[in-house]
Design a protein around this ligand. Structure first.
Ligand SMILES: Nc1ncnc2c1ncn2[C@@H]1O[C@H](COP(=O)(O)OP(=O)(O)OP(=O)(O)O)[C@@H](O)[C@H]1O
Length: 240
């Protein structure tokens, strides 16, 4: 899969009272093929809008996204698992694969890898929040995406479950060719996951950090200096 290049991307929303909201404003960004990028920034800076545009769920009002060819096979995951309550765990994974490729064997393989064998026949309301989100991740991966877009997928989870899922995600990332773009407002999560950390402020990129530390990364490593850099990027007037 080729690199993804975002050029002069803008997006505006129009509220019913006529107010125009500039969610993204002349954003330029580069997502190399096979890299793990994290987009971090405060609430309202345009993170979800960027992800929705990358996913093709909305059309940008300006600028372009160049996928270097046809749009890659894309998996999207949100903060809520959005499982279908009338289907079992296994059926939730299988129905997602419909039209996207992926076999029963692959579904079973991912359920096994993520420790969900004994919950295959369970229904979503029989799962904990962490387990439901793990199913959502399995469901996305079992479609063999080339591009994985994740919008704060672990934000609602407790600390320990979040760390476990972060490690499980990086384990998959290391195992298979995958371009990941992960949205978060949590600096610890950004530093734990990202090889490239794109700092977004008021709809524009205000900085980019790169990290080469191998996975799995220590959860409690001292990252004060990097956090300070990101916080400065969020404070200073941006120049891109
Ligand atoms: N459907 C919409 N209609 C109108 N305004 C919207 C819509 N979606 C987002 N916005 C506005 O666009 C701006 C960017 O929103 P977006 O959800 O992309 O930010 P975000 O960084 O993901 O925020 P959060 O971290 O709170 O989810 C915000 O001012 C938001 O209020």
């Amino acid at each position: 899969m080729p690199d993804i290049t975002v050029s002069h991307l803008s997006h505006t929303y129009h509220l019913p009272d006529g107010t125009v909201v500039q969610a993204l404003s002349d954003l330029n960004a580069h997502f190399p093929a096979g890299s793990f990028s994290v987009v971090v920034g405060p609430s309202g800076c345009g993170k979800t809008t960027l992800l929705r545009l990358l996913a093709g769920l909305e059309t940008a009002t300006g600028g372009q996204i160049d996928f270097g060819g046809p749009r890659p096979r894309t998996g999207v995951m949100f903060q809520a698992p959005r499982l279908l309550p009338w289907l079992t765990v296994e059926e939730n994974v299988r129905i997602w694969q419909y039209g996207m490729g992926g076999s029963t064997a692959l579904a079973a393989q991912y359920l096994h890898l993520f420790g969900l064998d004994s919950f295959r026949k369970a229904y979503p309301d029989q799962l904990s929040g962490g387990m439901a989100q793990r199913v959502a991740l399995v469901r996305t991966l079992a479609c063999q995406p080339q591009l994985l877009l994740l919008d704060e997928p672990f934000a609602a989870l407790d600390y320990f479950t979040r760390e476990k899922l972060q490690d499980e995600l990086t384990e998959q990332y290391v195992r298979q060719p995958l371009t990941i773009i992960f949205i978060t407002h949590d600096l610890d999560e950004a530093l734990r996951l990202g090889e490239r950390i794109l700092v977004l402020r008021r709809g524009r990129q205000s900085g980019l950090l790169t990290r080469s530390e191998p996975y799995p990364r220590q959860a409690l490593a001292d990252r004060t200096r990097e956090k300070q850099t990101i916080l400065q990027l969020l404070e200073e007037p941006h120049e891109t």
